[in-house]
Design a protein around this ligand. Structure first.
Ligand code: IVH
Length: 678
């Protein structure tokens, strides 16, 4: 007879096989996701694999190995970091700032190298933290910071928490020792989110994503590091045994093959002129990247040439960093003002002495909210460092305290609305302070601007100036009033002739037929953006059903979580808002979704991801996006390997270049319209 123990042994054997298979699958999907940027399964499916593996490991702890994907966060916080000596030093790079500098670099290397003409590899220079990682027989065993180049700090446990750092490499014939170099960094969006939370909790803010990455990696408690969204790109080979590679390009290809994430924007260039071109191309892409770069690195491709060229002091002769203009600049805060938005949110803004940053003039910077203002301690008269990264609104990194003279003024956040004088309120758990005035003209004006804006009711000719006039003249007190305007009453407004009144009335009339999703978005329900509005329209198909939806029904809609559901319920609970909706309906504004003939006829872009770039002749950006969605497609903002089509109009930006680079089919406006008729 079999005893209990035998049964467990049987199960253990079975579990061992399943655990091995799960780990292999997870490793494969990590590879698809992080290295190839082309996942094969949905996140939920991946989570299921991880849960199953965790479950089995909990039941059979003897099966846990340090390279299991479940073992990213280990035991106790460290008391301090150990020092580790690098087998080969981590060098820094010489800089080049002009085309001449780059040519001089080429001349230098070509003079010293009398072999074949040299070719180059050009890579974005990620503005993060240099790290070194050691893999023994494919298993990640140690990771360190750069330190002084000779010795750094052992941050193995922290690097393990980064999901794009594989704990085990792919392949059978892995070298006994492989040391690789990488840049650990934080995406701009994750940086903003981290600072938002820190400000809310009264913690000091990080000045930029690089500092945030460095601070996150220097945590003694790996659980803290694990809570930060860090990422890595691998860019160089350090010490290795038993590898036969001839060029840096082959090194990068090898990295990808064994599961190390390599930046997709790296290019091989056959001479320095081509390298220069690519430097400029990456510079154009700079704003569209999700992370900060401070330049590009130009590297001699041949490893034999690299070895022969060697290094001078602390930097190799075979590589150079071509630096871009800084995205940071210094200026003076002339004033701090507070703006009131359509939801009543009070946003402090710094008025700056105009300054050039990364190619444009900056004269205002956001201070986000009262917490951020306090955390940064920016004062009127302060000299400050500002930063403009990507296409985000410029922000103040930090005041330069050493420049203070004592005459700076501390700005106190108002306790009344600067526009209507009503009380302001800050709800527990929220970072924003809001004006609660029921009749705040700032809110009304901003709300109407939103209502008439392109993504919403798209009423042509109604902008902030006209709206302010309508509100001041008492003609409009809420959005529904727009639909009951008497043409005669408009004659009293400045610069309103017969023709403009006719145009305006026609534009208002035309807006009545906007689809339900836009009407929902136009209402300006807090937290309900365009995407959520579309989901709500698709789900409820009528305003009446949306109005009477319960919290649970709302939460069942994609993109709608607790907060959005609560916000909708409180909006719909306001008699004033119900009245606005009622009057919009009376005016003949769309209140239900119609199934268009087109939709019924099938969707040629079903399941496809489309990016729009440039100016189209016949459609606004919003209209084109709506068209893509009507055709069943999804519109995203940045081009990646997952993009199926790019629709390009006149003056396309870097997105087109990126699409061409990735070989993504490009459609014209005509092509897109053609799909409608198919
Ligand atoms: S190669 C010997 N490639 O830039 C060559 N460095 O001053 C070593 N960096 O601290 C560097 N992206 O952390 C190289 N694609 C890239 C890089 C890169 C960022 C950083 C690196 C180093 C610094 C060089």
């Amino acid at each position: 007879m079999l005893g209990k123990g035998d049964l467990r042994l049987d199960r253990l054997d079975e579990a061992r096989r399943e655990v091995a298979s799960l780990r292999e699958q997870i490793l494969y999907h990590d590879y698809r996701y992080y290295v190839l940027d082309s996942p094969e399964i949905a996140d939920a499916e991946y989570d299921r694999l991880m849960r199953r593996l965790r479950g089995l490991e909990a039941e059979f702890p003897e099966l846990i190995t340090p390279d299991s994907p479940t073992q990213r966060v280990g035991g106790q916080p460290l008391a301090s970091f150990q020092q580790v000596e690098h087998r080969l030093p981590l060098l820094s790079l010489d800089n080049a700032f002009t085309q001449e500098d780059l040519w001089a670099f080429h001349q230098r290397v070509q003079r010293r190298w009398d072999g074949e003409p040299l070719t180059y590899v050009v890579e974005p220079k990620i503005d993060g933290v240099a790290v070194s990682l050691v893999y023994e027989n494919g298993v990640f065993v140690r990771g360190a910071t750069r330190g002084d180049g000779e010795r750094g700090e052992d941050i193995t446990e922290n690097l393990r928490t980064i999901t794009s750092v594989p704990l085990r490499l792919r392949g059978d014939k892995l070298p006994p020792v492989l040391e690789v170099r990488a840049e650990a960094y934080m995406d701009r969006q994750d940086f903003d989110e981290l600072n938002r939370i820190r400000a809310e909790q009264g913690e000091p803010l990080f000045a930029n994503p690089r500092n945030a990455a460095a601070g996150s990696l220097r945590q003694l408690d790996p659980r803290v590091t694990a809570s930060r969204s860090l990422n890595v790109f691998f860019y160089a080979l350090g010490y290795s045994e038993g590898l036969e590679l001839e060029t840096h390009w082959q090194v990068l290809e090898y990295f990808r093959a064994i599961g190390l994430r390599v930046n997709p924007l790296i290019e091989r260039c056959s001479d320095i002129a081509e390298a220069w071109e690519f430097c400029q191309k990456i510079q154009q892409l700079r704003e569209s990247l999700t992370y900060d770069i401070d330049g590009v690195v130009v590297k001699v491709d041949s490893l034999a040439a690299q070895a022969a060229l060697g290094a001078t002091g602390r930097s190799p002769r075979w590589a150079v960093a071509f630096k871009y203009p800084a995205e940071e600049a210094t200026t003076v805060v002339e004033d701090i003002i507070v703006q009131v938005g359509r939801t009543g949110a009070l946003t402090p803004l710094a008025i700056l002495q105009p300054v050039e940053v990364a190619g444009s003039t900056v004269s205002r910077a956001t201070l986000h909210n009262a917490d951020v203002l306090k955390a940064k301690d920016v004062r009127i008269g302060d000299t400050v460092i500002i930063r403009k990264a990507g296409d985000v609104i410029p922000e103040i990194v930090t005041p330069v305290e050493s420049k203070r003279t004592g005459s700076e003024r501390i700005f106190t956040f108002p306790d009344r609305c600067p526009v209507c004088g009503a009380e302001v309120q800050r709800l527990p758990g929220e970072a924003v302070t809001r004006c609660i005035g029921k009749a705040c003209p700032a809110q009304l004006v901003e709300g109407l601007v939103h209502f008439a804006s392109r993504g919403a009711m798209d009423i042509e000719g109604i902008g902030p100036a006209l709206i302010s006039q309508l509100v001041e003249a008492g003609l409009v007190k809420d959005p529904s009033d727009l639909y009951f305007l008497a043409p005669e009453s408009l004659q009293e407004l400045p610069r309103m002739g017969k023709k403009s009144i006719e145009n305006l009335m026609a534009a208002i009339e035309a807006s009545k037929s906007r689809p339900l999703a836009r009407v929902i978005f136009a209402l300006g329900i807090r937290l309900v953006g365009e995407a959520a509005a579309r989901e709500l329209a698709a789900h409820f198909r009528s305003m009446a059903r949306l109005q009477s939806a319960s919290r649970e029904e709302l939460q069942a809609v994609p993109l709608v979580g607790d907060k959005i559901a609560d916000s909708i319920i409180s909006f719909m609970g306001e008699p004033q808002n119900r009245r606005v909706i009622q009057r919009l309906a009376e005016a003949g504004v769309t209140m239900a979704e119609e199934e268009s003939a087109l939709l019924a006829a099938g969707k040629p872009l079903e399941g496809k991801t489309v990016v729009l770039t440039g100016t189209l002749a016949n459609h606004s950006r919003q209209e084109a996006a709506e068209l893509v969605r009507t055709l069943g497609g999804r519109v995203t903002s940045s081009v990646s390997r997952n993009t199926d089509y790019v629709v390009a109009g006149a003056n396309p930006g870097s997105k087109l270049a990126r699409a061409q680079e990735l070989g993504i089919p490009i459609l014209s406006e005509g092509d897109l319209e053609g799909l409608l008729k198919e």
